[in-house]
Every structure is written in structure tokens, then in C-alpha cells.
Design a protein around this ligand. Structure first.
Ligand SMILES: [Zn+2]
Length: 237
């Protein structure tokens, strides 16, 4: 199975049987905005009591986030027992999410930046990894390259498959349409399946994708571009 972590949906989990679970992030974003407003007000005040309040609030916000991450990872591990769980290798996530900083950043962009930094994607992944082991499952990292742009049905890969970077994935080659975050989770699932095949074939499980060897990287990407999702269901739309 595979788990896609993000901002609109904190997590989308799916498996090869197409059993899918969504964890929406709307409430979390509203909460983050609330705390950001509160922080701004207290910072403007600048008094000593305001500073004390700021510290209290920071702790509360952090605990809320941790509780949520624990809850999400718990639910995923319970819903997919005895699974090989694929997670995106997010080592380069900062380079992947385009950010504009400074005076040129619009209000919308600044809000997006805050959401990106406010949400530690890796936290839910690390909780998942250790809970998986305790439950008799195992988590591995897979290549995050183009997971949201590749069509799981025909393989066509392009940023245009995500019109206006919206919620809907629409393949420009075969017109396959699906919830964009579910496409991400499916592609992660397919890559996890490849990792499992290698494990069975060689007896060695790679816990994260090889990145130092350019040739191995290219071969892996070629393989993941060729694997196809054969189920024709799209429950999310
Ligand atoms: Zn397609």
C-alpha cells in the first residue's frame, strides 16, 4: 500500500485492492491560520506577558499536531494490517515545493508557505514507520519523483495533467480522471509494489531509493514509468 502526505489532505492511503482512506486537512489549516493570527497580535503587543503567552501557544500548537499525526498513523496502520507501506522519500521536499519569499510574496503565497512549514510531513511518516513495525507491517521509502504528475493508467507524465494545480488529475493523453492526491497515493503504491518484487527476487529490501548512482536511478524511474494501474474504479469522483 502507499501513503501520500500533503496539505489539502494530510494523508491519502490506498492499496492494490483500491481500498482508500482520506484524511482531510481543512480543519488543520483553519487552526493554523487561527494560531498565526493570534501570534501576530501578540508579537505586535510585544509585552512580557505577551511573550509568555506566545510560548504557551507554541507548545499547545505543537502538541495538537503531534496528536493528529499519531492518530492518522495509527488509523492507517490499523486499516492495512501486515502490509508493506510505501512512503514518499521527501528528502528534497523543500526544493519541490516552490516558495516565494520576501516582499514579492503575495498574501496567498505567504499563507501557503506557512502551511507548508507548519505541517511537518516527515512527522506522520516517522510515526507510521515505527507503528508499522509494532503492528507486523513495514514501511519503506520510494522515489517521490513525479508521483503527482504521472498517469497511473497510461503512464503519460506532465505537469499539464494537473490543470491549475487543482484537486483533479486529468491525463492529457488518455483523459483518465481522478482525485489528484489519490493519483499520488496510487503511484506510491505501484512503486512500493516494485520494491516488493525486488525484495522477493533478490532477498534484499531497499528501505529507501538509491540516489547516488545515476544509472540505477534512471533504470528505476524507467521501470516505475512502465508499471500500470489496472483497476478501472475511481471512487473519489
Ligand atoms: Zn493517461
Amino acid at each position: 500500500m502507499g501513503v501520500d502526505v500533503g496539505q489539502r489532505y494530510l494523508a491519502v492511503a490506498t492499496d492494490t485492492q483500491n481500498k482508500t482512506t482520506f484524511f482531510p486537512g481543512k480543519e488543520v489549516r483553519a487552526q493554523a491560520d487561527h494560531y498565526a493570527r493570534l501570534r501576530k497580535r501578540l508579537q505586535q503587543k510585544g509585552t512580557r506577558s505577551a511573550t509568555r503567552r506566545l510560548i504557551v501557544i507554541a507548545g499547545r500548537e505543537r502538541r495538537l499536531k503531534q496528536d493528529r499525526d499519531h492518530l492518522i498513523s495509527r488509523r492507517i496502520v490499523d486499516a492495512y494490517p501486515h502490509s508493506l507501506i510505501g512512503l514518499e522519500d521527501l528528502t528534497n521536499i523543500r526544493e519541490r515545493t516552490r516558495r516565494t519569499r520576501g516582499k514579492r510574496a503575495s498574501a496567498k503565497q505567504r499563507r501557503a508557505n506557512r502551511h507548508a512549514s507548519a505541517w511537518a510531513f516527515s512527522e506522520v511518516q516517522s510515526y507510521l514507520a515505527y507503528k508499522a513495525v509494532l503492528a507486523g507491517s513495514l514501511a519503506v521509502k520510494v522515489d517521490a519523483y513525479h508521483t503527482s504528475q504521472a498517469c497511473p493508467r497510461c503512464g503519460y507524465t506532465s505537469p499539464d495533467n494537473r490543470p491549475e494545480k487543482g484537486l483533479v488529475f486529468m491525463c492529457q493523453a488518455c483523459h483518465f480522471t481522478l482525485h489528484a492526491d489519490l493519483v499520488g497515493a496510487r503511484n506510491i503504491t505501484l512503486r512500493t509494489l516494485l520494491a516488493r518484487q525486488d525484495w522477493v527476487r533478490t532477498g534484499v529490501l531497499s528501505e529507501r531509493p538509491e540516489v547516488s548512482d545515476a544509472e540505477a536511478k534512471a533504470a528505476r524511474r524507467q521501470r516505475s514509468a512502465e508499471v500500470r494501474w489496472s483497476l478501472d474504479t475511481s471512487p473519489a469522483l
